[in-house]
Write a protein that binds this ligand. Structure first.
Ligand code: PGA
Length: 237
């Protein structure tokens, strides 16, 4: 594991964007596993800038996102599909048909989960997976549990996650209570994993996840077993 501590959010975003840009340059047909949340926004801004400058090219990139709220469709401005379109896809030359986010409005969620895993298989796995980390140690929406779940699956969101995400909604009652998330197999089979965390509030969970025991109670701790993991932590916000 490479654990890189930097001072600022800007530095974190630039270093992470450098790694993603390098991946795209070395393999222009890369499959990028992408993440939502406030932490990656600066990375997406950097990537948009580099694409505008002609330094990177998304035309042959395929992307697959980690998760989506159940009950929201892409038109809802709280959905993760909307987030990705807004922060990245609408601003770079990616083919929107090559971008995948779970369908939170699927009539058959179980079938949606199976199809999502089949797609990851069909891609031959993810080349680089970008991750944030929740205050409870979640990655994607793999919440603390008694076991790790391999497949893409339906989850009940942890009360602390609902609390943390309420800031994006008009009220806590509007935060969906369920989500679809890629499981640990999709994440762990990625060839490279890049986890970003911003600010002192994430310090304690990073210590538990990367310097403590591997346990499903701290879902990100499984990444200690990944052969190519980079963590970039900006210690001041
Ligand atoms: P954040 O969320 O980037 O908004 O802190 C991270 C996460 O919950 O994965």
């Amino acid at each position: 594991m490479k654990f890189i501590t930097v001072d600022t959010y800007k530095e974190m975003s630039r270093k992470a964007a450098n790694l993603i840009a390098a991946q795209m340059t070395v393999k222009p047909t890369s499959v990028l596993g992408l993440a939502t949340g406030s932490t990656p926004i600066g990375i997406y801004e950097e990537l948009v800038e580099r694409c505008k400058n002609g330094d990177i090219d998304f035309s042959a990139i395929r992307s697959i996102n980690l998760d989506e709220y159940v009950g929201l469709d892409g038109e809802s401005d709280q959905s993760y599909r909307y987030f990705m379109n807004y922060h990245l896809f609408s601003k770079v030359n990616i083919n929107i048909a090559d971008t995948y986010v779970p369908n939170g409005k699927a009539a058959d969620i179980e079938a949606e989960c199976k199809a999502y895993d089949a797609r990851i298989e069909e891609f031959g796995g993810i080349d680089l997976q970008l991750l944030g980390i929740g205050l409870d140690g979640h990655i994607g929406f793999n919440e603390p549990d008694t076991c790790f779940t391999g497949e893409t699956h339906l989850v009940d969101l942890h009360p602390s996650t609902i609390e943390a995400n309420a800031r994006f909604f008009a009220s806590k009652d509007e935060v969906p209570t369920k989500a679809v998330t890629m499981g640990m197999r999709g994440i762990m089979q990625a060839k490279k994993v890049l986890l970003v965390a911003n600010g002192p509030k994430k310090k304690e969970i990073l210590e538990k996840a990367f310097f403590g025991p591997i346990t499903p109670e701290v879902p990100a701790s499984i990444l200690q077993l990944h052969p190519d993991l980079t963590v970039i932590f900006s210690q001041y916000e």
